[in-house]
Design a protein around this ligand. Structure first.
Ligand SMILES: *Cc1c(COP(=O)(O)O)cnc(C)c1O
Length: 400
C-alpha cells in the first residue's frame, strides 16, 4: 500500500486522538523496524517500553503460535494452564502474593484502586476513602486512572471524575504528609515517572512515603507499568529501593506485545480486599496472554535480562551525557537503567520527527524531554548508532 494513501485512509477512518508520526511500519527484526518502503529504523522506543525482546524473537513467537493453535480463550469461569504458570512466575519476580490479570495498564490501575478501596472498606466498615496521587503522574486514560493522573490538561474535559483524589508533589515528602487524613486509604505513584518527564523517585522520598503508609495503615500502590519488567535494572524498579509496595501494577513489557497487564498485592491486602463478585474481566488472563507472559518471564530470568540492563546502562548514560555536554540546549539527563530522558530547551517534537527521518525512533515525555525506552536487548553497537544518528539531528537543530 502506498504510504500517503494509507495515512489518508487512516485519518478518514480512525478517530483522531493521536498526532502520529508520518510512517507506516511493516515489520521488525531485532531492535530495528522497517516501514512499507523497506526503510530501516533503529528503535529506541520499543512501542513505548513494550517490546523488551525487540522484534521477531523466535522463541517468543513460537510460544504464541503454539498457544494460538491450541486454545485462545475460554473466560474466567474456568481455569487454564498457561495463566497459572504465568501467575507463578510474575509472583516470584514481584515478591507479591496474589495477581489479577487485566488487558491493559489502565485497567490494572482501576483494579489497584478498587483493591485499595475495598481493603479500607473491609477494615473501617464504610466507604468514602481518599487517595493521594502525584502531580506530573500518568496512570492511564480510563476514568479511574485519569482521576489519579496528575495532568490537568488530560483530566479537565472529563470531570467530574472519581472524587477523593488529592495531588502531592513528587519527591516532596512534606507535600504528601500535608494531605494525609483519617480517610486516606492509598498513596499511588510511579517508581520512576514516565510520561511526566522521566523522574525517578529519590530513596528518601520513597522510604518516607512507605513510613507514612505504615504509620497510618495506608496502602502504597506503585505503578510499575513503564519502569518495571527489568527496564530499571531490577525486575521491578522498586526493588532498587529499601521498600515494598502493598499493591503494584504492571503492563507494557509484561506481554511484550500482546495486550496484558496485572495488579498484584500482598496476602495481607488480599485477605481484606476483592472477593468473588467484586471484580472481573472477560479477556483478562486468557490462555494466549498467559503463554506470552509465561514465556517473557521465563526468558527474562534465564537470560538474566536485569544483569544485561545493569551492564549496558553505564555506556548508555555515558553516550547521552556526551550529547548533553555537546549542546547548550540539552540541559540534563535523567533516568534509571534503560529508561532515560534528555531535558531539552528546543522542540522535542521536532527532534523526534527529524530523528525518524534519520532512521532513529525516539519519543518524548512531558513538554521538554526526549525519552529513550529501547528494547532491553540493545548492545553497545546500537547505542553507538543511536548516538551518531541523534548527534546528526541535534547538529542540524543547533543551527536553527
Ligand atoms: C502506559 C502507562 C499506563 C497506561 O497503560 P495502558 O496500557 O496504555 O492503559 C499507566 N501507567 C503508566 C506508568 C504507564 O506508563
Amino acid at each position: 500500500m502506498n504510504k500517503e494513501y494509507a495515512i489518508m485512509d487512516a485519518e478518514q477512518s480512525i478517530l483522531h486522538t493521536y498526532n502520529r508520526f508520518q510512517v507506516v511500519f511493516d515489520h521488525g527484526k531485532g531492535v530495528y523496524l522497517y516501514d512499507t518502503d523497506g526503510k530501516e529504523y533503529l528503535d529506541f522506543a520499543a512501542g513505548i517500553a513494550v517490546s523488551a525482546f525487540g522484534y521477531q524473537n523466535v522463541e517468543y513467537g513460537e510460544a504464541l503460535k503454539t498457544q494460538a493453535d491450541k486454545l485462545l480463550h475460554i473466560s474466567n469461569l474456568y481455569y487454564n494452564e498457561p495463566i497459572i504458570k504465568a501467575a507463578k512466575r510474575v509472583l516470584k519476580a514481584s515478591q507479591m502474593d496474589r495477581v489479577f490479570f487485566t488487558n491493559s495498564g489502565t485497567e490494572a490501575i482501576e483494579g489497584a484502586i478498587k483493591a485499595a478501596k475495598k481493603y479500607a472498606y473491609t477494615r473501617d466498615g464504610h466507604a468514602g476513602h481518599e487517595i493521594i496521587a502525584m502531580n506530573h503522574s500518568f496512570h492511564g486514560r480510563s476514568l479511574g486512572a485519569l482521576a489519579v493522573t496528575g495532568n490537568e490538561h488530560y483530566r479537565e474535559p472529563f470531570g467530574p471524575l472519581m472524587p477523593g483524589v488529592k495531588f502531592a508533589e513528587f519527591n516532596q515528602l512534606d507535600s504528601v504528609k500535608a494531605l494525609i487524613n483519617e480517610r486516606t486509604c492509598a498513596i499511588i505513584l510511579e517508581t520512576v515517572q514516565g510520561e511526566g518527564g522521566i523522574y525517578p523517585a529519590t530513596n528518601e522520598f520513597l522510604e518516607g512515603v512507605r513510613a507514612l503508609c505504615d504509620e497510618h495503615d495506608i496502602l502504597l500502590i506503585l505503578d510499575e507499568i513503564q519502569c518495571g519488567m527489568g527496564r530499571c535494572g531490577a525486575m521491578f524498579a522498586w526493588q532498587n529501593y529499601a521498600v515494598k509496595p502493598d499493591i503494584m501494577t504492571t503492563a507494557k513489557a509484561l506481554g511484550c506485545g500482546v495486550p496484558v497487564g496485572a495488579f498484584l498485592m500482598t496476602e495481607h491486602v488480599a485477605e481484606k480486599s476483592l472477593a468473588p463478585g467484586d471484580h472481573g474481566t472477560t479477556y483478562g488472563g486468557n490462555p494466549l496472554v498467559g503463554a506470552a507472559v509465561d514465556k517473557v518471564l521465563e526468558m527474562m530470568e534465564r537470560d538474566d535480562i536485569t544483569g544485561h540492563v545493569k551492564a549496558i546502562t553505564p555506556y548508555f548514560e555515558q553516550k547521552l551525557d556526551e550529547l548533553v555536554a555537546s549542546y547548550d540546549f540539552l540541559t540534563e539527563r535523567r533516568g534509571v537503567g534503560l529508561m532515560q530522558g534528555l531535558v531539552c530547551k528546543k522542540s522535542v517534537a521536532e527532534i523526534a520527527a527529524k530523528a525518524l527521518q534519520q532512521g532513529l525512533i525516539v519519543i518524548t515525555a512531558g513538554s521538554d524531554v526526549l525519552r529513550f525506552v529501547p528494547p532491553l536487548i540493545i548492545e553497545k553497537e546500537h547505542i553507538d548508532e543511536m548516538a551518531e544518528k541523534l548527534n546528526a539531528v541535534l547538529c542540524d537543530i543547533d543551527k536553527i
